[in-house]
Ligand binder design. Sequence first.
Ligand code: HGA
Length: 613
Amino acid sequence: MCGIVGAIAHRPVSPILLEGLRRLEYRGYDSAGLAVLDPDGKIGRLRTLGKVAQLSTAHDERPLAGTLGIAHTRWATHGEPSTQNAHPHMARQRCALVHNGIIENHEPLRREQMAAGHVFSSQTDTEVVVHAIHDALAAGHELAEAVRHTIARLDGAYALGVIDTHYPDRLVAARQGSPLVIGVGFQEYFIASDVFALLPVTNRFIFLEEGDVAELRRDRLSIWNAQGERVERPLRESSVAADSAERGQYRHFMQKEIFEQPRAVADTLEGRLSNEGVLPEAFGVDAERIFAAAQAVTIVACGTSFHAGLVARYWIEALVGLPCNVEVASEYRYRQHVVPKDSLFVTLSQSGETADTLAALRIAKESGYATTLAICNVPESSLVRESDLVLLTRAGPEIGVASTKAFTTQLVALLLLTLTLARLHRTSIGDQADAARQTALLRSLPAQLERVLALDDEVAALAEQFVEKHHCLFLGRGEAYPIAMEGALKLKEISYIHAEAYPAGELKHGPLALIDEDMPVVVVAPNNALLEKLKSNLEEVRARGGQLYVFADDQVPFQADPGVTIIRVPETDDLIDPLVFTIPLQLLAYHVAVLKGTDVDQPRNLAKSVTVE
Ligand code: HGA
């Protein structure tokens, strides 16, 4: 959340900053701003409410010239979205700052600074940081030192970019709890919240570690760790193509990402399967030994990733026979929990920077788990770096705020985990004979997903029946229940229709009271052992005049009747049902949102990569 870009170069930086912001916009989009040190040694600043396009237009009218600058796209945490609250924030026209994160002790700092005569121009928590840096500079500290001095007084999370009129030759950055990467060019350096922002200017990156402070000059880079010692951080080359964050022929990123799923799933499986099953090395050299000794699994995640974890609980308990607990990270991190003996701690996150999930991981590392495993889409993320074991999903950049391909590739990763555990724990599904069948099934997944994507037109037509609705219920049983939860989440995120998911068996314990002709009921109905039970639940809805929309396996003998619409999903196997049935629900949410005219990729109030608590 919130995107930061900064640049120090021999060329004008405004175009680099604006393009960087455009590429980071998925992280936050309520306001944006940039500050550039002009040739006269003054900081020019532009801030606008709304999206980066507004800032670009303002910049066309009043361009900022200069070769050193910082920029920001905001997702407000403290203070409403407004021009006044947009970053960069400045202190006495001397220094300017951009911030991602939350300063938890901003109130006492603000009181202290106001008493000392500082005038505040925003309601943000951020502004205290720039005044504190100003005071440290005024006390005679050099810029990097002033930043170090300031962060020692901050509680909370931050990624910072700072410029100062007295130091036209440097840009200072710092991070703690929020991501920040340095881009390395020829006689120029950049900072950004992620690599995509900088791909047009470089593919060489240095990832700052927690507590690092960096000073970027045109010809040199210096980094200090949290203890104030000079350190070298490795330079890495990114193989991500600059155009990977482009929409191409698609109308929205979300649509592109839905249709990329067969390829994303194929890439996630690539090199991880042999004809005998999941390759032993898939999770790292030592993983097999630890997995074989595991007696329990805990999965912690947020949002869509949490739903992937819930599916995995059905798989792991049924196919491996180990107890599996799944919990949202924001709850897990703040409660006392019991760590079962020899248990694995698994985190799921697209970005690997999800604040609550990262915090949960850090707690888990102190709590006596046998090992920590991250299932993540970003190789250089904090979650990956801090976990013992890693399985990377290879979904590629996901820009749409509503997660799609990250979810299905997480499911693939969790299936690989389940099958590996099953083999090591010698359950029947882990048998050699089964392994060949599972491999074939997994390999058939991309083709199966292609087939289900062919439902696009049918689902688009169906979407028309949802546009006028204000509420919607999603039902499923077994593994289909978390898939129903994910379908409801997609619909509410991007179409703003209130959607809830229930295990179908829970209907009569409450939600049945809501059923009438204005409450569409979407049902996830794979052809599995729970189908007959599910059908009885649907009769309960029909008997009360509910409108049913049933996504059913080809082979299920459902009858379309008045009040019952059936959407046939190509027949598949129980093991991969959750993946297959996810797709039409994503398409449904997408088409409803398009028809409603909402901002599909950047829905209101939300942002991608939830790096604040
Ligand atoms: N707390 C700051 C920055 C917000 C942020 O990082 N969001 O993700 C503000 O509200 O401006």
